[in-house]
Design a protein around this ligand. Structure first.
Ligand SMILES: Cc1cc2nc3c(=O)[nH]c(=O)nc-3n(C[C@H](O)[C@H](O)[C@H](O)COP(=O)(O)OP(=O)(O)OC[C@H]3O[C@@H](n4cnc5c(N)ncnc54)[C@H](O)[C@@H]3O)c2cc1C
Length: 534
């Protein structure tokens, strides 16, 4: 639902600053929990210009599925399974993606951010629990023990909006972050990136192609990504003094594009020049205020971690805010939002920081080192292993979260996470085909998640689902299997007699003995942030 009216004071359970993709996702997820929200967006109307994000990761498609947008996104987007890294004409290596279980979704789709936003706005238009107010700029805030009140500037007047919680999804320059006094620590790069979406018939396969030192951009790099309808994202590394307007006027931009398209006709759909940043808010929670998406963290896009992790922030925040509003959990669950998502952002910054150190050398010596390494990488596997063209998004593993009942044998997020994803507490539960008697719409395990806790029991007798709060569904794995095959049990690596507790966001919270009811109850309590007995 959208509106441009203002009222002198509005009250909603959750106020959201911004109506970007993270805000819209959060609002739709809150609506699933029957929680209403008001989105305050500074822009006077929706702007569908330009793109920014194009790559959406498989597990994020599950989040989009929970808000009703995945079918359209996958139907429209270009699906891809392979990333290829080249040095001049040599193929250095290919990137593959982890597949725990059997997902219905491809590892990545490419779709413009503005198209995804359109799907999200379409869903919002049908959702009475979401009130979007354009032309409403957040300019002040005040909070106490009971509520948070936001001062809003509109074209005609000032107004105030009050909520129990405020979710700051107002992007990189976040006013909310500044108003709660949080520094945005980190640094920015001098090197620039010229990014264009070009419509042309090009002979490239549907894969991510990362070219170091191609003839089209000697000494630097070019990333090429397919998008729907013959649109190509081309991302050139350009020097710090590159001037887009001069390049347009002088014909340099056309010449650059022609080096890739040859004589084929092309149209520029969108072009911009970016400097990238590596920054993080020092905390993601200050009292009743949570930060999500680019307001909380900003990273270079090589690896597609910005919006993908912003959607995961939205999902993490939504169920915790809903639990707090329902009285099912309290301060500790809200604190775990900072704990889990700050750790995820730090990991994303670590990974993208390493990539940027390789992609944007800071002095002549580093450039020379990179040139020599790339040359050696053609024949030397050790050198090849050091070439970094971006590590693609991997949902964070909450191994050391206070909500996770830890497994004994795994303790930290591994350096090379993403290659093999273990099935252990803290990690996203794998997907698999599934069926539930009386619920024909459920065809995949992950479609069971999102509305409470789920306990998957690998035992002949399962405890019953209970109408308690928070809601807990209990399923016997054998009853969920399609055609009697052991696909779910295999994907879960479920030992006979075990029970896997899955959180509303699909992360495994615990694997316990199904016969030990007390340990299931304790794991649920822990996953709700209740104190754990020593
Ligand atoms: C070139 C490029 C390529 C990228 N590629 C990818 C990719 O492939 N995959 C990926 O996952 N990520 C990618 N990203 C990152 C992705 O675009 C961002 O992470 C994403 O836009 C963040 O969404 P958001 O909703 O947090 O913020 P935004 O999209 O910035 O939305 C914030 C909203 O808040 C509004 N706002 C600001 N201030 C106020 C205020 N005071 N009051 C009210 N409203 C306000 C703004 O108008 C805006 O609508 C890329 C980024 C760039 C630059």
């Amino acid at each position: 639902m959208t509106s441009s009216d203002s009222a002198s004071t509005t009250r909603q359970p959750v106020v959201i600053a911004g109506a970007g993709p993270v805000a819209l996702t959060a609002a739709l997820l809150l609506a699933r929990w029957d929680v209403s929200s008001v989105l305050l967006e500074a822009k006077p109307t929706r702007e569908a210009v330009g793109s920014k994000a194009i790559c959406f990761q498989r597990d994020v498609l599950d989040i989009l599925d929970r808000v009703g947008c995945a079918r359209q996104a996958v139907g429209e987007g270009v699906t891809w399974w392979r990333g290829l890294t080249l040095y001049r004409d040599h193929e250095l290596f290919e990137t593959t993606f982890p597949q725990a279980g059997q997902s219905a979704f491809p590892p990545f789709i490419n779709l413009s951010q503005s198209q995804l936003e359109e799907y999200l706005f379409d869903r919002v238009a049908e959702e009475p629990r979401v009130d979007v107010r354009f032309g409403h700029r957040v300019v002040g805030l005040d909070q106490d023990d009971a509520a948070v009140t936001v001062d809003v500037e509109t074209a005609s007047e000032g107004t105030r909006v009050t909520g129990r919680y405020l979710l700051g999804c107002d992007g990189a320059g976040s006013t909310v972050r500044k108003l709660v006094g949080l520094p945005f620590e980190g640094h920015s790069f001098d090197e620039q990136f010229l990014i264009a979406d070009i419509r042309a018939e090009l002979p490239f396969p549907t894969e991510r192609r990362f070219h170091f030192d191609p003839a089209w951009n000697p000494g630097r790099q070019v990333l090429v990504h397919p998008q729907p309808h013959s649109l190509w994202r081309i991302d050139w590394q350009v020097p710090a003094d590159f001037d887009l307007e001069h390049a347009r006027a002088s014909g340099e931009l056309d010449a650059r594009i022609r080096r890739i398209t040859g004589d084929a006709p092309y149209e520029i759909d969108w072009v911009s020049v970016y400097r990238f940043h590596q920054r993080i808010a020092s905390s993601l929670r200050v009292g009743r205020v949570l930060l999500a998406g680019d307001s909380a963290h900003l990273m270079s896009p090589f690896g597609a971690r910005g919006l993908n992790s912003g959607a995961q922030d939205a999902e993490n925040a939504a169920w915790k805010l809903a639990f707090a509003l329902r009285g099912w959990a309290g301060e500790r669950l809200l604190d775990s939002y900072h704990h889990e998502r700050h750790a995820a952002a730090r990991e994303n910054l670590r990974v993208t920081g390493e990539t940027m150190r390789f992609l944007a050398p800071q002095d002549d010596e580093q450039w020379a080192h990179r040139r020599a390494l790339l040359q050696r990488a053609v024949t030397d596997p050790t050198a090849r292993a050091q070439v970094n063209s971006g590590k693609l998004a991997e949902p964070y593993w909450y191994l050391d979260s206070p909500l996770t009942t830890p497994a004994d044998d795994i303790t930290g997020f591994p350096e090379e996470a993403g290659v093999d994803r273990p099935v252990v507490p803290g990690v996203l539960c794998p997907d698999a085909p599934c069926r539930v008697a009386g619920r024909p719409q459920v065809r995949r395990l992950r479609q069971l998640f999102g509305d409470g806790f789920v306990v998957l029991v690998h035992a002949s007798d399962a405890p019953q689902s209970r109408a308690i709060e928070p809601p807990i569904q209990v399923h016997r794995i054998a009853d969920l299997e399609v055609d009697g095959a052991d696909v779910i049990a295999t994907a879960l690596e479920a030992a006979p007699g075990s029970a896997t507790l899955v959180r509303p966001d699909g992360h495994i919270a615990a694997v316990v003995d199904a016969a030990d009811r007390a340990s299931i109850v304790a794991a649920v309590g822990r996953a709700c942030g209740h104190a754990v007995a020593a």
